[in-house]
Design a binder for this molecule. Structure first.
Ligand code: BEZ
Length: 236
């Protein structure tokens, strides 16, 4: 029972990101303390020198500047050693061309986790999928070190990095403007306003007395200009 908990226990949305110190391809890190004040995506991949992971790393590294412009840093992890990481990243840069991407340099840190200490702490090992490889886990952590979103994919399925970017922008927009974001929201789309807290407010909303559009009293949206959103959440 304890062994199972060690592998499958995982932090939850709203929890403080579990702390760890680790060796990475960019030097040692103290997580999440080194990232205070920044958003960070901590993500795992199953193994170095594997094709789906290679396609993911090339895509994520090609988008790194976009994430940095949204004040979001990237940190990768797998249950491989530092020298394997270094050799794989060199191979990606020197040899792999994929979907128009080539000479891709992975500049974000990649954690060596041979002991599986971090993978176990974050529930990245899902033993019925694979007991020695991390699944494709994604933790979106805010500037206060709180886990704000968790996304898990199996070994065979490469992630959608546009979606991860959308998640970061949507979370920052929700925080900055006190709104929620509906299905498939992108900057420029209408946002959801908080629920009516009284019968009077519900009636006012349905009478059109507030600056919003209500499908019914519990489902009201308002406009939020794309430029206003981007000016607030992006550095430039
Ligand atoms: C891959 O990244 O290609 C992969 C890794 C582990 C298992 C299956 C696929």
């Amino acid at each position: 029972m304890e062994a199972e908990k060690e592998y499958t226990g995982m932090p939850r949305i709203g929890d403080k990101a579990p702390e760890f110190k680790a060796v990475t391809t960019q030097g040692d890190i103290d997580f999440p303390n080194d990232y205070k004040g920044d958003w960070v995506i901590l993500f795992s991949h199953p193994a170095d020198f594997t094709p789906v992971c290679t396609s993911e790393f090339m895509t994520f590294a090609s988008m790194e500047d976009k994430f940095l412009n949204a004040n979001c840093k990237l940190v990768g992890l797998s249950i491989d050693g530092l020298y394997s990481h270094i050799a794989w990243l060199r191979s990606i840069k020197d040899k792999i061309e994929y979907k128009g991407m080539k000479n891709v340099e992975v500049k974000f840190p990649l954690i060596e986790d041979i002991t599986m200490e971090v993978a176990k702490k974050y529930g990245m090992l899902q033993p019925n999928e694979d007991s020695t490889k991390a699944v494709r886990a994604v933790f979106v952590i805010d500037p206060e070190g709180i886990i704000r979103a968790i996304i898990y994919y199996p070994l065979s399925l490469g992630r959608n990095f546009d979606e991860l970017y959308r998640v970061v922008i949507a979370l920052q927009t929700a925080d900055a403007f006190g709104v929620a974001t509906p299905a498939d929201w992108r900057p420029g789309d209408d946002v959801i306003v908080g629920p009516a807290g009284s019968c009077g407010t519900a009636e006012d909303r349905m009478q059109g007395k507030e600056d919003m559009e209500c499908k019914d009293w519990y489902f009201c949206t308002k406009k939020l200009d794309k430029d206003i959103v981007l000016k607030r959440v992006l550095k430039k």
